[in-house]
Ligand binder design. Structure first.
Ligand code: CA
Length: 616
């Protein structure tokens, strides 16, 4: 997420003497676990009033209480368990005992793992659709507001308020997404954000184990994943390691001072990746980048603290096992502690080898993107184990190819040159290619609402290497600039009770919106059935006279993409592309279905793109 500063009351940092009043046994997390996990270790966090004054007893075959940790705050205990591979599913009591006081008991459940087809992974065969659940569709008006939550009122007139969208609303429109050719849904975080202001965006978690009631329940989230899987769709869960909301229960009553990064006075991150990647960086700059807070209402987690490490890692594994999600998107990746994130990724992959992970890295230079990716050629001295990154370099280069002036490094030559730097990546096919997201100008506005450019951008999105990701509403030409970012997070028209138009249906869309929708649908569905565009190799040619030509190909098919960035219609003579075109004599225009009678000369409109499947 991008920089966002709100003026709200500053967090009162933990003072060593004042602890919150909490119930005798407020919670135990993870609230349940499974037998048969590869990693037999589990650390429970126990929160309750003066719980550290009690002794802990438990007895269950195959499970050992290895150690009980007391920390600075007596309202916490951390219990190290070893759940051996001999342990059977079942439940047992964990007792917290104090002489002269009544025992407190938590019933701990160990479940059997569900080995159905889950955690499939998201690859370059997929097409990701990003939504903000508050803004997509309200399928359950009964959960719009809760009097006991800090932001009590739903208000669609304010871009910063909750609008009432929810998981049920998304579930009601899975057919629409399936029809569009989407294979994977990435929803911005749906876990509880009980903050007093602008909580709808989801990046200020206040309870790691709870779906925000305004979106639904954990059970509904699980049903949503199951429904997606039954329809052949995959689910990405959005995680934030770096920070949590200041109203998080464990921030309001912190286990210890080192739970978060502490500063003498409020200090935000400098938001400069350079302070991480730069071999000449001043240590103070690096520290501020990593340990500075993202925002006053987002406490910066201390990922060097082993209790924090266990808490986050276990929570994420819990969600994979509980809900069966297929991949994680990691928010604000470069702001995290790198060794911890590498360890985290290895632990996740040890349990779920097919799981997919990509990190939010937003830099115009491939080298700075690759720095955060696993096994790259940059060689920073250790392996991040992060398989994929968000390819901001390609995103910016596509915008330059569409809007820029043709020149040695300008216009479409920028895109050519950026793709030519793919050698820095361990595997650029794991890069997530995108035109926009919830923090950025919407793509239709990036191209100044030029419909031809819009179609070219969508063409590139769906034909370049990598995993394409679009943003809700781009397919119906939703527009706006991201200052302020609420403008790019408008409600999907038709998703909310009382909406005057329903753009989920062809009848509710204008002719041009239907043209856009059909363009994306045609290409996405073609891509879905064309392995050359999914997993095929790529070959690009140096642009000439503003015309950029690249191929995606495999043993089954060869797809040629031509983009004319020039101001005039042109005829492309194709003898230069003999390496890829030898043996082919015909071509089909993928978008129109028309056959080209000959392919020695191909007409291409100004600011237009052609996607051609070559034939013998
Ligand atoms: Ca609702």
């Amino acid at each position: 997420m991008k920089i966002r500063i709100y003026i709200i009351t500053c967090l009162l940092l933990l003072s060593a003497t004042v602890f919150a009043q909490v119930p005798a046994l407020e919670r135990v997390e993870p609230m349940f676990w499974w037998v048969g996990m590869k990693n037999t270790k589990l650390q429970l966090i126990v929160h309750g009033n003066n719980i550290a004054g009690r002794t802990v007893k438990m007895n269950y075959a195959g499970v050992k209480l290895v150690q009980v940790h007391k920390v600075e705050n007596p309202n916490y205990l951390f219990l190290d368990l070893d759940i051996s591979h001999a342990a059977k599913p079942g439940s047992f009591a964990i007792s917290f005992i104090k002489a002269g006081d009544k025992n407190l008991t938590y019933t701990y459940n160990l479940l059997k793992r569900d080995h159905a087809i889950r955690a499939q992974g998201v690859t370059d065969k997929d097409f990701i659709y990003l939504i903000m659940p508050d803004r997509f569709s309200n399928g359950d008006p009964s959960n719009d507001s809760f009097a006991n939550m800090r932001e009590t009122r739903v208000n669609r007139d304010s871009m910063y308020s909750r609008h009432g969208g929810d998981i049920q609303g998304l579930m009601n429109h899975l057919d629409y997404l399936k029809d569009l050719g989407v294979t994977t849904i990435w929803m911005t975080p749906e876990i509880e954000n009980d903050e007093p202001h602008a909580s709808y965006h989801g990046y200020a978690v206040t309870d790691h184990y709870k779906t925000d009631p305004r979106y639904g329940t954990n059970e509904l989230y699980k049903q949503y994943v199951e429904k997606c899987h039954a329809m052949g769709l995959k689910v990405i869960k959005d995680l934030v390691h770096n920070h949590v909301g200041t109203e998080h229960w464990f921030i309001r009553d912190m286990p210890m001072k080192s739970w978060v990064h502490q500063w003498p006075k409020y200090t935000n991150s400098n938001f400069r990746y350079g302070a991480v990647t730069d071999p000449h960086a001043a240590a103070s700059d690096t520290k501020q980048m990593l340990d500075g807070w993202f925002d006053r209402h987002m406490a910066d987690m201390n990922q060097n603290n082993p209790y924090v490490q266990n808490y986050l890692t276990q929570n994420h594994i819990w969600w994979i096992e509980y809900a069966g999600v297929d991949g994680f998107r990691l928010d604000t990746y470069p702001y995290n502690d790198a060794p911890y994130m590498a360890d985290w990724a290895q632990k996740v992959k040890a349990e779920y080898p097919h799981f997919s992970i990509f990190g939010e890295v937003l830099d115009q230079a491939p080298v700075n993107e690759a720095y955060f990716e696993e096994g790259n050629t940059v060689n920073r001295g250790f392996d991040t184990h992060l398989p994929g990154i968000t390819d901001a370099a390609v995103k910016d280069a596509i915008a330059e190819a569409l809007n820029g002036k043709d020149g040695w490094d300008g216009g479409v030559n920028r895109l050519y040159g950026i793709l030519a730097q793919d050698f820095v990546y361990h595997d650029p096919t794991k890069n997530v290619v995108f035109l926009d997201n919830h923090d950025m100008d919407r793509f239709f506005s990036v191209v100044d609402e030029d419909f031809n450019k819009y179609k070219v951008g969508m063409t590139m999105l769906l034909t370049l290497r990598g995993i394409p990701q679009t943003y809700y509403g781009d397919e119906i030409l939703m527009k706006n600039r991201s200052r302020p970012d609420g403008l790019v997070r408008s409600d999907f028209p038709g998703g909310f009770p009382g909406d005057k138009v329903d753009k989920f249906t062809a009848a509710g869309r204008t002719d041009r919106e239907n043209e856009a929708f059909n363009y994306v649908r045609t290409l996405a569905n073609y891509r879905k059935n064309t392995t050359a565009l999914q997993t095929g190799k790529m070959m690009e040619y140096i642009p000439q006279k503003g015309i950029f030509v690249y191929f995606r190909y495999d043993a089954k098919s060869t797809v040629m993409v031509i983009y004319n960035s020039g101001d005039k219609d042109a005829t492309l003579t194709t003898d230069r592309f003999v390496e890829r075109m030898a043996g082919f004599t015909k071509a089909k225009n993928v978008m129109t279905g028309e056959q080209l009678p000959a392919i020695t000369n191909i007409n291409i409109n100004s600011k237009g793109a052609l996607v051609l499947e070559l034939a013998k």
